[in-house]
Design a protein around this ligand. Structure first.
Ligand SMILES: Nc1nc2c(ncn2[C@@H]2O[C@H](COP(=O)(O)OP(=O)(O)OP(=O)(O)O)[C@@H](O)[C@H]2O)c(=O)[nH]1
Ligand SMILES: [Mg+2]
Length: 277
């Protein structure tokens, strides 16, 4: 990719609302320009994603200093947009690397001093794991919708009644509105599920289906059953993904569990309606 020149603008729709997205080029000359005229460039922001190159230790301080300047401006203006800080380029081979994890932790600690004024959230992301980027983006957006957190709470409640591995709700672009994962589910397994979801969601759309059931297994051999269901609200489509452990002894039991998710649907639909209103 080429470096972004000044600001690249585009827009996208989420939950029926049009958002303007401004990608600020990070080269020094541009950074200085934004700070010289912050009212023009920064005012009126609803949500900030601040991206730090997690591999570039030498520039951590520079990056934090710049963020401090930005936040000082917002504080003066008494604007308090939620701030998502992404430690990016946290590539798969670095996940268990002690040095980078320690450095990131130190940065997080340094940044919490802004948390009195700002809602500040941290994410480790990498281009090699699309889910990590989608999670950061989804979590940020969810800050802008009251009641969105209720979706995950509801899923967590529902999960207690079944051997759930995952319950998640996505919009048509794959943004997560809420999710519950079985505790201690490994990253590898989450990614496997997300890959399956992306493929099956495409199939649901291309075959114009409302429902798709599937069955698969993790590398560990553990089998699971799942269903993707389309929930329609006017011209907004949502995708409910429900995955349960397969009952080895009694497959019929698994099927009933999948049927039972139907029982929870009215509650879910009610909640979605409240969020998009
Ligand atoms: N290893 C690694 N490299 C990445 C990752 N994401 C982006 N890159 C690389 O980092 C370089 C810069 O990426 P850009 O997306 O242009 O960075 P940017 O922050 O938008 O830069 P500006 O547009 O100048 O602000 C490119 O060579 C990318 O391929 C990542 O997750 N891991
Ligand atoms: Mg760029």
């Amino acid at each position: 990719m080429l470096p972004t020149r000044r600001i690249a603008r585009d827009s996208f729709r989420f939950l029926g609302i049009e958002f303007s997205r401004l990608d600020f080029g990070g080269q020094k000359q541009y950074r200085e320009e934004y700070l010289k005229n912050p009212i023009k460039y920064l005012s009126g922001t609803d949500l900030i994603f601040y991206i730090i190159d997690a591999q570039d230790y030498n520039r951590y301080i520079e990056s934090i200093d710049y963020l401090e300047n930005i936040l000082l401006f917002y504080k003066e203006e008494q604007e308090y947009p939620p701030v998502c800080v992404l430690f990016h380029k946290f590539d798969p081979q670095l996940v268990d690397d002690k040095v980078i994890n320690k450095k990131i932790l130190t940065l997080k600690q340094a940044l919490t001093r802004y948390s009195n004024d700002f809602d500040i959230f941290f994410f480790e992301t990498t281009i090699f794991d699309i889910k990590s980027i989608m999670d950061a983006f989804s979590s940020g957006l969810s800050m802008l919708f009251e009641k969105m957190e209720m979706v995950s709470l509801l899923f967590s409640e529902i999960s207690k009644n079944y051997n759930s591995i995952l319950i998640a709700l996505f919009d048509s672009k794959g943004i997560t509105l809420g999710e519950f994962y079985r505790p201690h589910l490994h990253l590898k397994e989450k990614l496997k599920i997300y890959d399956i979801y992306l493929e099956l969601q495409r199939r649901v759309v291309s075959e114009n289906r409302n429902l798709l059931e599937f069955s698969d297994k993790f590398d560990s051999g553990e089998r699971f059953s799942g269903v993707i269901e389309v929930l329609k609200f006017g011209n907004l489509d949502f995708y409910l993904l429900f995955i349960v452990e397969e009952d080895k002894t009694d497959l019929a039991k698994t099927v009933t569990v999948l049927d039972k998710i139907e029982a929870a649907k009215p509650q879910m639909e009610n909640l979605i309606l409240q969020i998009i209103q």
